[in-house]
Design a protein around this ligand. Structure first.
Ligand code: ZN
Length: 76
């Protein structure tokens, strides 16, 4: 985004700049970006993660056992 260097008139330019800065701070504080900005973070999809009840890690099955702690899944 190109920054404007020269201002047409001091008072209105300052007000304009202040308004944009306020908007920017609000965006930074809320973590949101204005519409059409294109820098908005991709909304993170919360996928339900199955966790091992033994070690609490995201479950990776390996031969019917947790790959991390080797606990048999059937007996948990
Ligand atoms: Zn485990």
């Amino acid at each position: 985004m190109p920054r404007r260097v020269s201002a047409p008139s001091p008072a209105s330019a300052l007000l304009d700049r202040l308004e944009r800065l306020e908007r920017r701070v609000l965006q930074l504080e809320t973590g949101r970006v204005g519409p059409g900005d294109g820098r908005a973070a991709v909304p993170r999809r919360e996928r339900p993660v199955t966790r091992c009840k033994g070690c609490g890690l995201p479950l990776r099955r390996l031969k019917g056992r947790c790959a991390a702690c080797k606990r048999p899944l059937g007996t948990i």
